[in-house]
Design a protein around this ligand. Structure first.
Ligand code: ADP
Ligand code: ADP
Length: 542
């Protein structure tokens, strides 16, 4: 369908051969004539974690507002008064019947974690403890504070916390409630992999041990795979209509999503398949070196945090992935390469132009996107710039918007475009995946790779999404140590050795999905997990 007249094309312009059965029914909700319509609802189930996988703007929040009883879905009749009786009639005999009966009886309580944790300090004044104390409805808060490592910031004002700290505080504040239904809109932004895995365990424990229903939206596929018991795929035309499928097994749902084809629904949702390399990329014989840097060290204050960097080489036109926990010195190294911070020991005598995309993007200027990007590059608007930068990052639709009313994902895409539009020797990107949905991560990945290949550009990418790093990087630089105390950066190494070092430190192994070769986190202590640890093959297992 063209995405506008979803039920029936009035011009008979489109032969609807592939119309999914959901679209032959009335929607669950339509905001108004020619407004967004939602088809299908996820099924929250006590004792289990239900995942939703799909792009932003596809109706996930609309669905949750209905399931929380905050809005009575109108079943498409937007000019009539909606009633729970009608909704119940619609879902009688389905898996949602019991749930809808409870919502109608006002018998469902909900806790929710918002998508944009950066907004929390704007809504809540005070220190972490003030926010958390009021949420301790089950006596579980102390456990969350300990396992999410929140204790060091308990007495810190919320507006001084980092994104990763705010994300953990927001998780604790939501999970500590005593509710029937928990809705978590993205858990991974700003968290490192270890913290993501911990968050996933806490959520599973809440569902299983406390018999609660949890609904999670998550774009980090490795984490979604680990976390969810069942999965709904959401697809459609963002802003026009969204379809939430019946529940699938998590493995199957993610595989179909990556393939771009949903078999039960007989629906193609993307022209091309997303594939993973089965083996570590060959070590390419790289040409010229861009930077040869010596051993470096840097400490802050009177040694509260110190970083040691092993000297190494960064090659011209490679994409170097940078991985390691939060607070380990990754940004500190980026700043030293950028020349904005001087090392205590070791000398950096190169003068490179560096384009830097920070982790937190502050572009709160009253300026339009097009004016902002035009101020960065003379190429703005050229067909070459559109093909290389604007189109892959889907900027056309937001060019005329103001920077300060963009969503998190839109802002991220503008920031990546701004970085790539600079004329630089080295492009450094800190967490480009944050707030992008899966589709946009794949597009951003190929935009960055293509740019590097076509321009002989050298790119350093710091990210915690292991799939994105796998798809993007030629080599890896691994950080380890004790966060907030001392960090160590190894010299860049090939992907297999780098992944092994990194994941051994985290004690996590990945196996390959037989059908798609997609990496999946092994259950700790499983046969494969033990075998791979013995073999020292943590990621690219043979
Ligand atoms: P998601 O959570 O998947 O990002 P939402 O459920 O928030 O999506 O929104 C889906 C679509 O519905 C968006 O295009 C949004 O603009 C539209 N929408 C949301 N709320 C309203 C409303 N109250 N009136 C009209 N349109 C709305
Ligand atoms: P990463 O990028 O790996 O998250 P950073 O390089 O930002 O780590 O920070 C490493 C450590 O140094 C953290 O504990 C951080 O709080 C501390 N730190 C960063 N910048 C400063 C500074 N200007 N003064 C004092 N401590 C700092």
């Amino acid at each position: 369908t063209c995405g506008i007249c979803v039920e029936k094309c009035p011009f008979d312009a489109i032969e609807i051969i592939n119309l999914p059965t959901e679209l032959q029914d009335d929607p669950v909700h339509r905001y108004g004539e020619n407004s967004f319509a939602l088809y299908g609802l996820p099924v929250p189930e006590s004792g289990s974690v239900t995942g939703i996988l799909g792009p932003n703007g596809i109706g996930k929040t609309t669905a949750v507002r209905a399931l929380a009883g905050e809005m009575v879905p109108n079943l498409g009749n937007h000019d009539e008064e909606a009633s729970w009786e009608a909704v119940l009639d619609r879902f009688r005999g389905t898996e949602l019947q019991n749930y809808v009966e409870r919502v109608r009886g006002d018998d469902v309580t909900i806790a929710r974690k918002p998508q944009y944790v950066d907004q929390i300090p704007k809504q809540f004044d005070g220190v972490t403890r003030d926010l958390l104390d009021s949420t301790d409805e089950r006596g579980a808060l102390d456990d969350y504070v300990e396992r999410l490592n929140i204790a060091p910031v308990m007495d810190q004002p919320l507006d001084t916390l980092s994104g990763g700290e705010l994300q953990r505080v927001a998780l604790a504040a939501t999970l500590a409630r005593d509710r029937d239904f928990y809705f978590l809109d993205e858990i991974s932004p700003y968290l490192d992999i270890g913290q993501r895995v911990t968050a996933a365990r806490l959520i599973q424990e809440l569902a299983e041990d406390e018999d609660r229903a949890v609904l999670v939206v998550e774009h980090d596929l490795a984490i979604l795979d680990l976390l969810a018991d069942t999965l709904h795929v959401a697809y459609g035309e963002p802003g026009a209509y969204g379809v939430i499928t019946d529940p699938k097994s998590v493995r199957n749902g993610i595989n179909e999503y990556l393939k771009g084809y949903l078999s039960n629904e007989n629906m193609r949702i993307r022209p091309n398949e997303i594939t993973f390399q089965e083996h570590a990329p060959r070590e390419t014989t790289k040409g010229a070196s861009l930077i040869d840097y010596p051993d470096l060290s840097k400490s802050y204050g009177d040694g509260e945090f110190s970083l040691d960097v092993e000297g190494g080489t960064i090659f011209q036109s490679e994409v170097l992935g940078i991985v390691g926990p939060n607070g380990i010195g990754k940004s500190t190294l980026a700043k030293m390469f950028a020349g904005s911070l001087a090392p205590d020991e070791g000398e950096l005598d190169f003068h490179l132009d560096i384009a830097y995309k920070p982790q937190y993007i502050e572009i709160d200027q009253p300026m339009r996107v097009d004016a902002f990007l035009a101020s960065i590059t003379d190429d703005f608007g050229s067909s070459y710039w559109k093909t290389e930068v604007a189109n892959p990052l889907q900027l056309e639709q937001i060019m005329e918007r103001n920077l300060d009313d963009l969503s998190g994902g839109e802002r991220q895409r503008v920031a990546i475009a701004a970085c790539l539009s600079e004329d630089a020797d080295l492009y450094v990107m800190d967490e480009p995946s944050a707030h992008l949905d899966v589709e946009q991560r794949v597009q951003a990945t190929s935009a960055i790779r293509r740019y590097a290949e076509n321009h002989d550009a050298t790119v350093m990418v710091i990210d915690h999404d292991i799939y994105m790093i796998d798809l993007l990087a030629d080599r890896l630089m691994v950080f380890d140590g004790e966060p907030a105390d001392h960090g160590h950066a190894a010299k860049p190494q090939e992907m297999r050795a780098g992944m092994n070092d990194f994941l051994a430190d985290l004690d996590i192994t990945f196996r390959r999905d037989e059908r798609t070769q997609r990496p999946r986190i092994n259950k700790p202590g499983s046969q494969l997990d033990s075998q791979q640890k013995r073999d020292g093959e943590y990621y690219y297992a043979p």
